[in-house]
Design a protein around this ligand. Structure first.
Ligand code: ATP
Length: 140
């Protein structure tokens, strides 16, 4: 029985991570799910939020936004629209995106404007939380 599983995170632009880990927690579209080695295979859509993985007694955080997760017995593949390790998150950019989204929400004219601004706000807040979680866990 394998004690680790390979976590691969890719976006349309780049490979964000490829690492053997002990546990993965991911923001599924229907709620968070957790994966240990030898899990039964399944597919899930991803929401906007923070994936985390445990390795060597440490917890590492990665922001993910949309896409899919494919879980196999010894591998988790994340195909995300956007993803950044906590260390790679530009805090200033996320704060500016948060301000912009809040201003757009305040003056949204229709449902589409509102939904876009809300998604943008959720991405910025998740990025800020991801970075803070990484700093708290001592992994960024
Ligand atoms: P912004 O308005 O700042 O572009 P966004 O939420 O619209 O934010 P996305 O569409 O999610 O941005 O991502 C576009 C690209 O920019 C992706 O490659 C993503 O990894 C990167 N990116 C966005 N925000 C940040 C950030 N705060 N730090 C690092 N990379 C970021």
């Amino acid at each position: 029985m394998s004690k680790k599983l390979l976590l691969e995170i890719v976006t349309p632009d780049r490979k964000v991570l490829s690492q053997d880990v002990e546990y993965v927690g991911a923001p599924g579209a229907l709620g968070e799910f957790g994966v240990l080695p030898n899990h039964i295979p399944f597919l899930s859509a991803l929401g906007i939020g923070n994936l985390y993985y445990k390795d060597g007694g440490k917890t590492h955080y990665v922001f993910v936004s949309g896409g899919f997760a494919e879980v196999g017995p010894d591998k988790v593949t994340i195909l995300a629209e956007a993803a950044e390790k906590a260390t790679d998150i530009d805090l200033e950019r996320a704060r500016k995106a948060q301000d912009r989204a809040q201003q757009r929400l305040a003056r949204a004219q229709d449902k589409i404007d509102y939904a876009r601004a809300q998604a943008s706000l959720r991405r910025s807040l998740a990025r800020l939380t991801c970075r803070t979680s990484g700093e708290r866990s001592g992994t960024c």
